[in-house]
Design a protein around this ligand. Structure first.
Ligand SMILES: [Zn+2]
Length: 277
């Protein structure tokens, strides 16, 4: 690999011999990250000064050549003065995007490591593999990899209208594009057609891949699609949506603010194409 890496973040699982002068440490108490009161990543010296000890630590890889580590902290640890524990969702505005992305890796690697200390097959203590990011069982050789849950999210269109729904756990009045988890044995495109039908009784087709987003809440990979209306009338009785409707591009309801998630990217893409065209 003599060429310069095309990745700004190069993941790896083996601790480097030399951590470098100023490694980046992503420390978590359960799913909350240790940050400054301004929501920034504290320098490693600050973490050390407070004598914060990790229960376990993992090497994540290098961000633009700087080594990155994840630290699992005690579940009851109180934040030292000047620092705070925050859910990653609250840090989209303060934490730089590439640091937020590494933090999303960190929380998932920590959780995987913590919950895979013992073999799920025979109960033996698992050991870290040297070949890749996995733990394996010395007794029955079962490998355990970090778990990712693929989910699909879709903008279903009918001419100048888009199908949006609201789940009962959304803030009041907010609508969004439809989403759901991919089931075992199903393609992402099949999941789109199934979820849309289950949630709204709408039949759609022409499912086209749009883009994807790592979504560490807790461990999803969101696969974004567009799809076209074929037939049916909206019926949300059968499933978990509180309401769903067709909305014209010039008469959209309140949606989640900002531009951090693929649900917003899909909606903005729809608006741009319909208004532009
Ligand atoms: Zn085993």
């Amino acid at each position: 690999m003599s060429e310069e890496s095309p990745l700004s973040f190069v993941p790896h699982h083996v601790f480097p011999e030399d951590p470098g002068a100023a490694p980046l440490c992503f420390a978590f108490r359960k799913r909350e990250m240790l940050v400054t009161e301004a929501g920034l990543l504290p320098p490693v010296e600050v973490i050390d000064e407070h004598g914060i000890e990790a229960v376990r630590r993992q090497y994540l890889g290098a961000l633009k050549g700087v080594h990155c580590y994840s630290l699992e902290l005690e579940a009851e640890l109180k934040a030292p003065e000047g620092l705070a524990f925050r859910d990653l969702r609250m840090l989209f505005g303060s934490l730089e995007a590439n640091l937020h992305a590494v933090a999303g890796r960190a929380v998932q690697i920590i959780e995987w490591d913590r919950t895979h200390q013992f073999c799920g097959e025979c109960g033996e203590t698992m050991v870290l593999a040297s070949s890749d990011r996995s733990r394996s069982c010395p007794s029955c050789a079962t490998p355990m990899y970090p778990r990712l849950a693929p989910a699909m999210i879709v903008a279903v269109e009918r001419g100048n209208e888009i199908l949006l729904g609201r789940s009962p756990h959304f803030p009041a009045g907010i609508y969004s594009v439809l989403a759901g988890f991919v089931e075992p044995g199903e393609s992402a495109e099949e999941a789109v057609i199934r979820e849309v039908y289950e949630e709204t009784s709408i039949v759609c087709d022409n499912v086209q891949y749009y883009s994807s987003q790592a979504w560490p809440f807790p461990n999803s990979l969101m696969l974004g699609f567009t799809a076209q209306y074929v037939s049916g009338n909206i019926d949300t009785e059968a499933d978990e949506l509180e309401d769903a409707d067709w909305f014209a591009v010039d008469d959209l309801p309140t949606t989640f603010p900002g531009n951090i998630s693929i649900s917003q990217w899909l909606l903005n893409d729809f608006i741009e194409r319909k208004r532009g065209g």
